[in-house]
Ligand binder design. Structure first.
Ligand SMILES: O=C(O)c1cc(=O)[nH]c(=O)n1[C@@H]1O[C@H](COP(=O)(O)O)[C@@H](O)[C@H]1O
Length: 257
């Protein structure tokens, strides 16, 4: 599997951010069963599944084992996997992160934090190239305080746009057909930023988190991957398979004719 196949699938990404408190007295087995059911039911309606590593790490060793099981399960279902770790470190450590999430899971994608600079991102780009994967670099995040650094002016445009331009140029070396393996993250809560980044980086897949619980609306357009976690995985504030299907259908109705 190549992660870029996600771009030819329905433009919806299911975020899996497990809340053990919603899964009863024995959360891990319940969560395992529910996650597999949701993945199986929603897979044909999804571009990819995004596992937020923090929530699995918070569950301890059993949580990490569950993450690996769910990631393997998604791959068996033919569903592209995105690891949301927002990694970023000096080159030699970046190599290790890239090994852990891109090379050990060929065809997967990983979210990245660009604060350390291009030399710290390149090991991830090369690993994505080797493994048929992709990366999504944070440009404009969905949170209310995103502008603190990301909107600072650099050469008469906001920093996030400068980053998008630089990565669009870098990303040309990692093109596979119309799309680059170097994607960007732009919060669905900032639709005008999505538009500006799309213009600055026409070949970058764009991951748009914040749909649903954070108030973002799904956005339609080439290479736009709308991501929703709570509103899809816990549609009425709790595990609910029927509700998850309905929520996915409703979001897709707004995205696909
Ligand atoms: O990289 C991300 O996925 C991400 C980037 C961003 O700017 N904002 C953002 O909310 N996210 C992640 O997307 C998920 C949001 O979940 P919901 O708000 O429940 O849909 C969480 O896992 C966040 O860590």
């Amino acid at each position: 599997m190549d992660f870029l196949e996600a771009l030819a699938r329905p433009p919806l990404v299911l975020g899996v951010d497990p809340r053990p408190g919603l899964h009863g007295k024995e959360p891990i087995p319940h969560l395992r069963r529910y996650s597999l059911e949701v993945l199986e039911a929603l897979a044909p309606r999804l571009a990819a599944v995004k596992f937020q590593l923090a929530f699995f790490e918070a569950l301890g060793p059993e949580g990490m084992a569950l993450l690996l099981e769910l990631a393997s399960g998604a791959r068996v279902m033919g569903l592209p996997v995105l690891f949301d770790g927002k990694r970023g470190d000096i080159g030699s450590t970046a190599e290790a992160y890239a090994e852990a999430y891109l090379l050990r899971f060929p065809g997967s994608a990983l979210t990245l934090n660009p604060y350390l600079g291009l030399d710290a991102l390149e090991p991830f780009f090369r690993a994505a190239q080797r493994s048929g994967g992709a990366v999504f670099v944070l440009a404009k995040t969905s949170n209310p305080g995103a502008g603190f650094l990301q909107d600072l002016e650099v050469g008469r445009r906001p920093l996030y746009l400068h980053l998008a331009e630089v990565l669009a140029e870098e990303g040309r070396r990692y093109l596979e057909g119309p799309w680059s393996r170097v994607g960007l993250v732009v919060g669905a809560t900032y639709p005008e930023a999505v538009q500006r980044v799309r213009e600055a980086a026409p070949h970058a897949p764009l991951l748009l988190p914040g749909v649903g619980a954070q108030g973002g609306k799904p956005l339609k357009g080439p290479g736009l991957l709308n991501a929703s976690a709570r509103a899809l995985f816990y549609p009425r504030g709790r595990p609910d398979l029927e509700g998850a299907l309905e929520a996915a259908e409703a979001l897709l109705a707004a995205l696909v004719e």
